[in-house]
Design a protein. Structure first.
Length: 262
């Protein structure tokens, strides 16, 4: 099922079976399950309150091929800010917990443009991260990535940076915040380029800010992603990332802590 089909199916009820084709090792792709939960959270909030910031804790793997329950609850609703909690429960256990702040615009005397996009090679000059059945994560069949910074995962590279261009292989009808959430989590942790053999890795926590008013994004646009390692060691990697539109406008800011099993 495509991302849009899963979003539509998720809106029909709280329970949804996780498709095996969207797998990432023994878990369902974290960007997908977070985006599905975000879509439910967004729909309990009043209009004109877009998401500003999300905190995601990956408590345990959301297993593919099994049903999971998606739930959202408003913790507090003020005059301009709504605080929302979302949970994914599978086999009676919490597997993902999310806190998000949705807020309308306020009057402000301060206006500072977002960090401009860095230089990047054109999409057609960048190496593609291919989908290889049984080798690469299953979700890559749905999301296309072109490497502009760093090295391919598990090639014994060096450096702190990794990233490039990304978009859905099947162009969606519209680009919502849920689509952006899923895309941002698709890139491998930049520490994986340092390794010479394949090892499992999984996100422990994720903080994500989406800039609003959101710069216009067309469904077929290539978005630019660039991550930088802050520190890695003792089985963990801490890294920041930013996302820009094709015109160089800052779209989102991300920070993750990833567990590396090797």
């Amino acid at each position: 099922m495509t991302f849009d089909e899963l979003i539509a199916l998720g809106r029909t009820g709280k329970e949804l079976e996780m498709p095996a084709t969207w797998s990432q090792g023994r878990a369902t792709f974290g960007g997908l399950v977070t985006a599905l939960l975000f879509d439910r959270m967004e729909r309990v909030v009043a209009e004109n309150r877009p998401v500003r910031s999300m905190l995601v804790s990956f408590v345990g793997p959301v297993e593919p091929g099994a049903s999971a329950v998606f739930d959202a609850e408003i913790l507090r609703e003020g005059r301009s800010v709504s605080q929302v909690e979302g949970r994914i429960v599978q086999n009676g256990e919490p597997r993902l917990v999310c806190l998000a702040g949705f807020a309308g615009d306020r009057e402000s005397a301060v206006c500072i443009d977002g960090t401009p996009a860095p230089e990047a090679k054109p999409v057609d000059q960048c190496q593609s991260l291919p989908f290889i059945e049984g080798v690469t994560p299953g979700f890559i069949r749905y999301i296309e990535m072109r490497l502009a910074y760093g090295s391919m995962p598990f090639t014994g590279g060096s450096g702190r940076e990794m990233g490039g261009w990304m978009r859905f292989r099947e162009v969606p009808e519209v680009m919502t915040d849920a689509h952006i959430v899923a895309l941002i989590d698709a890139w491998p942790a930049p520490v994986l380029q340092h390794l010479k053999s394949r090892v499992p890795a999984s996100s422990l926590s994720w903080t994500l800010d989406i800039i609003h008013p959101r710069p216009p994004v067309e469904p077929g646009d290539w978005l630019l992603y660039k991550a930088k390692i802050d520190q890695a060691g003792n089985g963990y990697c801490h890294f920041d990332a930013e996302v820009w539109t094709p015109r160089g406008e800052l779209l989102a800011i991300s920070r993750q802590t990833v567990t590396v099993f090797g």
